[in-house]
Design a protein around this ligand. Structure first.
Ligand SMILES: [Mg+2]
Length: 376
């Protein structure tokens, strides 16, 4: 073998050796990287658990361990999974039985789930979702000993606002929902006679209405709502502003029917709306009374008067904004109008009858009103 041949074989061997070394090192490095990745994932998980446990306020550690907690969860809401994990960890740290979790569906925002939770022995039922889920769970719990905890995951979060829950702070809301401080509030039974002749019997806790307010709820752009939150209602409100007044008849506490020309009529159990606007300042959530509000603006100037009175909290009476208190009311619509219940559109109706159910619902509340009530 010539010297050139020997050099060529040596060079080839060195190249092959180098290649094998590179391949072996590469495999080793990938294994190491995989192990490091798994280790990091593990550390992340431990860190999240430690973070969640350490963020459980001390009050959670003194919860009544006999409480049986159910969580009715709308799984498609943002932060639903985090909320569920935080509730489960909080209850576990407090030594309570495992939280029973029921997920709502597209066709049932919470009714069957709340009924099942009661059948399973729940003493505290947490509604984690929007106003639709809170209303359905409240309707099922009304008249029972079980208490409603509200974990606001919606856009309006109307009942949470009216109860002065810190809606921007889910951790605090979970503590309030579980800590056992409760109060009794009114609910309102309502019967809606639909345009198609069918009848809905249900309940609400904040405001029901027909006309302008319901048209806003019915036409709010969902995509805008996802991005701009409750400001999307303002955009729909501007679009619906130009509607005509319609004739209705109203009977309060079984009295005679009185005729009105209105753009909107609302039955309020309480009056705080999104953006910190208190639309029905006289409405109190546990006074055993409904506040029936009749809006009859003829043109944009009347709307400006109503907006000014509301925003400036003026006590000046306006002929286009009338309010009456009663324990029950019947509203007959001379032509079908769009309706809403606690901010959710509820179809075209011909007649509604509402009756207050005094102090019929136990709800979990903070001891002192939160200062962040107007946030979010
Ligand atoms: Mg009231």
């Amino acid at each position: 073998m010539s010297a050139e041949m020997i050099l060529a074989v040596v060079a080839l061997s060195l190249i092959l050796l180098l290649l094998v070394t590179v391949v072996v090192l590469s495999v080793q490095l990938r294994r190491q990287a995989h192990l490091v990745h798994r280790l990091m994932e593990g550390l992340d998980s431990v860190s999240l658990q430690v973070q969640t446990i350490s963020s459980v306020p001390s009050v959670a550690r003194s919860l009544d361990p006999a409480q049986k907690v159910a969580l009715i969860l709308n799984p498609v809401k943002p932060h639903a999974a985090d909320t569920r994990r935080q509730v489960e960890v909080t209850a576990r740290v407090a030594g309570m039985p495992a939280v029973m979790v029921y997920e709502t569906t597209e066709t049932d925002p919470g009714t069957a789930m709340a009924e099942q939770a009661l059948a399973d022995g729940a003493t505290v039922v947490l509604a984690a979702g929007g106003d639709g889920t809170v209303r359905r769970v409240a309707e099922v719990l009304a008249g029972t000993e079980a208490s409603l905890g509200i974990l606001p995951l919606g856009t309006g979060n109307l009942l949470a606002r009216n109860l002065h829950l810190p809606i921007a702070d889910m951790e605090q809301c979970i503590t309030i929902a579980l800590q056992g401080h409760h109060r009794a509030i009114d609910t309102v039974s309502i019967r809606l006679a639909n345009q198609d002749g069918s009848v809905q019997r249900t309940a609400f806790t904040v405001i029901a209405g027909v006309g302008y307010d319901a048209e806003i709820m019915d036409t709010t752009n969902d995509t805008l709502k996802q991005h701009a939150g409750w400001l999307a209602y303002g955009e729909a409100g501007m679009r619906q502003l130009a509607g005509k007044r319609k004739e209705i008849s109203v009977s309060l506490d079984g009295g005679p029917l009185q005729r009105y020309q209105v753009r909107s009529v609302m039955v309020a159990n309480c009056g705080l709306l999104t953006g910190g606007i208190n639309f029905v300042p006289h409405a109190v959530i546990d006074d055993g009374l409904l506040d029936v509000v009749l809006l009859s603006p003829r043109h944009v100037v009347d709307w400006l008067r109503i907006a000014g009175k509301t925003l400036l909290k003026s006590r000046r009476k306006l002929p286009v904004l009338e309010s009456h208190q009663a324990t029950q009311c019947k509203i007959v619509l001379h032509e079908p109008m769009t309706s809403q219940l606690d901010g959710d559109a509820s179809g075209q109706v011909r007649e509604i009858s509402a009756r207050v159910q005094p102090e019929s619902l136990r709800v979990q509340v903070p001891e002192r009103p939160s200062s962040s009530v107007t946030q979010a």
